[in-house]
Design a protein around this ligand. Structure first.
Ligand code: NAD
Length: 551
């Protein structure tokens, strides 16, 4: 029986597969499980509670073996983290097609999912865990930076200097919050129950200091705020206890959000259970644990609403905590908005979203060269320049060196083609993979997050992510995935991803041009269809065809 062992993607130009398209999938699967990248690699868990890269170690071994021998006209099929077939296709077809965690509507809940998971029949793929394009905390850093920049623009004259943000959750995604706040010049108090999560963020320079107590945290925060000095402070404890305590004590908090793993009640620590006992308690009595977690989330959210009533800017950061609190009977759970309708929808309407790439060479210099290419390509985009510069200085690479920036329709294809040319000319040491989060403009239906409060009420319409996956298959992506339940949990989202490999060939260039045009194009047409003016303008100006607007 094969079991846990350290996994690391090979670097350099020597291939262990039959071509770069297959080699890229192989390296990115391995990279997702690199101990520098994954939260719990021994359990194949990459991030987001229990988001996995492979169903079990046997499946992992079978995928590695298959990718190594997969031909240029073959496609490996992956069903919830297990390779189930290899089919002859053609060179324009994806080398891997992935479907993770999908359940029929009436069965789409955690209880049924867990039952099937225990039978070994499925796996939770989160968004980029099971689709092999997670690049560590940086992946979310830029989106989080943009969100806090939007908060600053909306309420604090364009800067978080002189403000204190309160949040919780320093995991794979939530760990980006402290750095995103300090990049916007603010002060952040970040609570987590896991001392390892705090240490890890300090090690990676995402978090500045750890406070010894709540009073210590507040003292450090107020001093830094008054000096308008950016500072992020880690605080060990349970957010369901500390948020209400801070509210009751009148802590001077300006902005409140949360990124604990609330989407999965078995990954949220209820009040009254010690962190060390969490795994046992959840395994022994999942139903009882779920009820207690939801009750605690209700207290947590009630305190967030209290801060809102006291004048703070409060938003849900995409983890479904409002939905869980409501299930526990807290009536005002949805009193504050989700971050997408509050700050991100205008970007989605332009097809803008989290474009990312990784260097298969393993060389940081390849990423630095691509950073420069992005700056050259988009000289007029100031916030992009600010981000790329700060990322270059402050982002610690995890696993294969990678970069993310938000680009829109008409921009991603330019960047992709430039990258492919740089591989072709030998300027880069090896090919790049170009992908994105499933949290993107036209690739997800998620009524508590990306599609919350759509103008036309189409929040739960899930045809869009399915069309998105099909269009990426038809356009020549290297691997394409359709998942259910990522971000906000079972029954609450359906979403799709694509990754394309820039291997420097003419064929890759052709594919990349189509994929990186059509993929964000889905975002534009989805928002035109829902009636967003920005999307109408972008479609008209940049030539996106929308039949219902023609003739
Ligand atoms: P994670 O599992 O890696 O980290 C969650 C952290 O929460 C852990 O460190 C855990 O110790 C901590 N935690 C659990 N219960 C707690 C409690 N009661 N008090 C304080 N800390 C507690 O998850 P992640 O990858 O960081 O994701 C966090 C959440 O954000 C998930 O629900 C995920 O779906 C969501 N998410 C949001 C976005 C977005 O763009 N906003 C993107 C991806 C994921």
């Amino acid at each position: 029986m094969s079991g846990p062992r350290p996994v690391r993607a090979p670097r350099g130009t020597e291939l262990s597969a039959l071509g770069w398209q297959q080699e890229a999938a192989l390296r990115m699967l391995q990279n997702n499980l690199d101990p520098e990248v994954a939260e719990h690699p021994d359990k194949l868990v990459v991030y987001g509670g229990t988001g996995k890269a492979a169903r079990d170690w046997r499946s992992f071994d079978a995928m590695v073996r298959t990718l190594r021998t997969l031909k240029q006209d073959e496609t490996m099929l992956v069903q919830s983290g297990r390779p189930v077939g290899v089919m002859q296709t053609h060179e324009w077809a994806p080398r891997v097609l992935i479907a993770n965690s999908n359940l029929v509507g009436d069965w789409a809940n955690w209880e049924e999912f867990r039952r099937l998971e225990a039978l070994g029949l499925t796996m939770y793929g989160q968004m980029t865990a099971g689709s092999w394009i997670y690049i560590g905390t940086q992946g979310i850093l830029q989106g989080t930076y943009e969100t806090f920049a939007a908060v600053a623009a909306k309420k604090f004259n364009g800067t978080l200097a002189g403000t204190i943000t309160l949040t919780a959750g320093l995991g794979g995604m939530g760990g980006a919050q402290p750095l995103a706040v300090t990049m916007n010049d603010g002060v952040a108090i970040c609570i987590d129950v896991d001392p390892r999560a705090i240490e890890r963020r300090i090690e990676h320079r995402y978090l500045d200091v750890r406070a010894d107590s709540l009073q210590h945290a507040l003292q450090l925060a107020v001093e830094a705020r008054d000096a308008r000095r950016p500072l992020s402070i880690g605080l060990l404890g349970n957010a369901a206890e500390l948020f209400p305590q801070m509210l009751a004590e009148g802590a001077p908090i300006d902005i409140v959000t949360d990124q604990t793993s609330a989407h999965d009640p078995l990954a949220y620590l209820p009040i009254g259970i010690a962190f060390e006992d969490m795994a046992d308690a959840a395994a022994k009595d999942p139903a009882g644990f779920t009820a207690r977690a939801r009750e605690s989330m209700a207290k947590h959210v009630e305190a967030m609403v209290g801060f809102m009533d006291a004048g703070a800017e409060v938003f849900d950061y995409g983890n479904s905590i409002r939905g869980e609190a409501q299930l526990a009977g807290y009536e005002r759970a949805f009193a504050f908005p989700g971050f997408v309708p509050a700050y991100i929808r205008p970007l989605f309407s332009e097809g803008k979203g989290p474009f990312r790439w990784a260097a298969l060479s393993g060389e940081a210099s390849d990423i630095h060269k691509t950073d420069k290419a992005i700056l050259d390509l988009f000289p007029e985009n100031e916030s992009l320049h600010r981000w790329i510069k700060m990322a270059g200085e402050r982002v610690h690479f995890q696993g294969l060196p990678a970069r993310i920036c938000w680009l829109g329709y008409g921009e991603r294809d330019k960047a992709g083609e430039r990258f492919n040319d740089m591989v072709a000319s030998g300027e880069l040491a090896a090919p790049l993979v170009i992908g994105r989060d499933h949290l993107d403009s036209g690739s997800v239906a998620s009524p508590y997050r990306e599609t919350e409060a759509m103008l036309d009420g189409s929040d739960a319409i899930a045809d869009w992510p399915l069309l998105n996956a099909m269009v990426n298959v038809a356009s020549g992506a290297s691997w394409v995935s359709i998942h259910h339940g990522g971000g906000v949990g079972m029954g609450r989202s359906i979403h799709a991803g694509q990754v394309s490999v820039a291997d420097g060939t003419k064929l890759a260039g052709e594919k990349i041009r189509r994929v990186l045009t059509n993929d964000p194009g889905m975002g534009v047409i989805r928002h035109v269809d829902a009636g967003y003016d920005i999307a109408e303008r972008v479609a008209a100006e940049r030539g996106v065809r929308v039949p219902m607007r023609e003739g």
